[in-house]
Ligand binder design. Structure first.
Ligand code: ATP
Length: 283
């Protein structure tokens, strides 16, 4: 079931958690900041995330874009408290994440997953693919040993990988196969929320398309919420219903992809659109 916001064909209005209170937000972030300090006396401050407000509805693929270094990864990590935010409020699925202690954070981790750009780096190179896939489930006690073959078979089937591949090591499979296996591992945790940080940018174009289509299919099947990070507006347009554009730690534009990509309001977004899709002409 796709529960991205629904466009009313008559009024062209969009249903979301604001217009329809039955659709609950998965993420509500207010004035989130993450400042890094560096230098000998820690006097150099980088405002990687600088006062971000963001709301992402459940069951939506939400795009986050912007040039390298604008703060996308920092925002993603801060919203799950994988790094400690400097300030701000984070509500995920109704829970105030900022007030949770370490034990509660650990408990909620399996439900909120991240996949990264480089699939090989996500896996332990000394472990077979099967053990890599099963490892987090074992750690969190999601299943017992006698269920492992069924779990492997179920999720390999979902990511369209053959069973015989799992006895190999990460360096013995292709980048695309590795990323499918990473997705299978993420799925064993049955997450409600996935942050996909440039999940296909290290792959060649054909494999990229296959992995994107796979992620989209899985999101629809599982009604997962995905925050999808990419610097490529074509990928954002294909994957996402809504998007936000970041520049120097701030969100400069957010809303429906089709609106932003056809009529960007901010000069920076206009540049990005022009660079991706060709010359932008103001009417
Ligand atoms: N641990 C850190 N200590 C100090 N500065 C950092 C740290 N991590 C990131 N930064 C800085 O914070 C800013 C935002 O970095 P971040 O990785 O979030 O950007 P990004 O948009 O995800 O970039 P990319 O698309 O290249 O991955 C950059 O200026 C970066 O150099």
């Amino acid at each position: 079931m796709i529960s991205n916001p629904v466009t009313n064909p008559v009024t062209n209005s969009v249903t979301n958690s604001v217009t329809n209170p039955k659709i609950r937000p998965m993420i509500e972030i207010t004035q989130l900041k993450k400042y890094y300090t560096s230098g000998v006396l820690k006097k150099r401050i980088t405002k990687a995330v600088d006062g971000v407000d963001l709301s992402v509805d459940k069951g939506m693929i939400y795009g986050l874009t912007g040039e390298s270094g604008c703060g996308k990864t920092t925002l993603a990590m801060a919203m799950l408290r994988l790094i400690e935010p400097t300030a701000g409020s984070i509500i995920i699925n109704g829970k105030n994440i900022m007030s949770l202690g370490k034990a509660f954070l650990k408990k909620m981790r399996p439900r909120y997953q991240i996949i990264w750009q480089n699939p090989e780096a996500s896996f332990n190179p000394r472990m077979r693919i099967s053990d890599n896939i099963l490892e987090p489930g074992r750690y969190y006690g999601k299943f017992c040993q006698k269920e492992e073959m069924d779990i492997l078979s179920k999720y390999l089937n979902m990511v369209e990988l053959p069973m015989d591949l799992v006895s190999r090591y990460p360096h013995e499979v292709s980048g695309g196969e590795n990323q499918r296996a990473v997705i299978a591992r993420m799925l064993t945790m049955e997450p409600e929320l996935l942050i996909a940080d440039e999940p296909t940018s290290s792959l060649d174009i054909l494999v990229q398309e296959q992995i994107l289509a796979l992620l989209k299919k899985i999101q629809e099947q599982m009604n997962m919420t995905i925050v999808f990070i990419s610097h490529d507006l074509r990928v954002i347009r294909y994957m996402c219903r809504k998007m936000a554009v970041m520049l120097e730690g701030k969100i400069v534009e957010k809303g429906l992809c089709e609106t932003i990509l056809s009529a960007p309001q901010h000069e920076y977004t206009r540049q990005l659109v022009t660079n991706t899709f060709g010359k932008w002409r103001l009417n």
